[in-house]
Design a protein around this ligand. Structure first.
Ligand code: PXP
Length: 239
């Protein structure tokens, strides 16, 4: 069964909504770790709309499970990763106007740019994962340019409006996971996963880690962060 990695960006979103110093994602990380999650994920966006450089610096110091930094494949972010040394980086496409990450990387078109980041990260012994749509050419390209892992984008599965589309999208994720493993890549998945759609993804045998943020932080508003994390761990069977 996969391990749960919790994205805590939206704790910072709540803080930034009022420009206060609370709630602090650093406190959230401690609660998430103590509830049993296997790691913490943050996305340091170019516009710093939620997570700030200060959060990354402190979290690097205090997170004792695993810190996964989501970032765009830019020279600025590569420099920051080299300096702060997260355990792992996940490269994602980034557009300024988007509400959240909207699609996977185009690893084929951006191969040169991504390869540069992979090489730089490897010098610092940082594991590199590429966030990709469940498409064969993208998985193959990820392997060809030396990524350690792929994170399969589950957004289309999560957003499916009919059972037929959902089934079709699930099949794509299953096939992409099998191909990733076959090529020797670590296989993770994430985006749009919540308490009612996560099981189908969690039972895919190749899944190593699930990256889940919004649904856990949303549930935490009602039941508390500790319980929200424990309930997700129970659902995905990560023990
Ligand atoms: N994986 C990636 C690459 C993401 O960009 C995000 C959103 O920040 C997630 C996973 C988590 O998605 P969600 O917040 O919908 O659980």
């Amino acid at each position: 069964m996969p391990e749960l990695m919790v994205n805590i960006d939206h704790v910072a979103t709540l803080r930034e909504a009022r420009g206060t110093h609370y709630p602090d994602p650093v406190y959230a990380a401690g609660i998430v770790e103590m509830a049993g999650a296997k790691g913490i994920i943050i996305h340091l966006r170019e516009d710093r709309r939620h997570i700030k450089d200060r959060d990354l610096a402190i979290l690097r110091d205090v997170v004792k499970t695993k810190l996964n930094l989501e970032m765009a494949a830019t020279p600025e972010m590569t420099k920051i990763a080299g300096r702060t040394k997260p355990d792992m980086v996940t490269l994602v496409p980034e557009k300024r106007q988007e509400l959240t990450t909207e699609g996977g990387l185009d690893v084929i078109r951006s191969a040169a740019k991504i390869e540069k980041v992979i090489k730089a990260a490897k010098k610092h012994a940082i594991t590199v994962s590429l966030f990709v749509d469940p498409e064969e050419p993208q998985i193959k390209a990820s392997s060809n340019i030396g990524a350690d892992m792929v994170e399969i984008h589950t957004g289309a599965y999560a957003d499916a409006r009919t059972p037929r589309i959902r089934e079709r999208e699930l099949k794509k994720v299953i096939q992409a996971a099998a191909l990733g493993r076959q090529l020797g890549l670590g296989v993770n998945a994430g985006h749009g996963l919540h308490y009612h759609n996560v099981r189908e993804i969690a039972v895919i045998p190749e899944m190593h880690e699930l990256s889940i943020g919004h649904s856990i932080i949303a549930r935490a508003v009602f039941v508390g962060l500790d319980r929200a994390v424990r309930e997700m761990i129970e659902l995905i069977g990560d023990r």
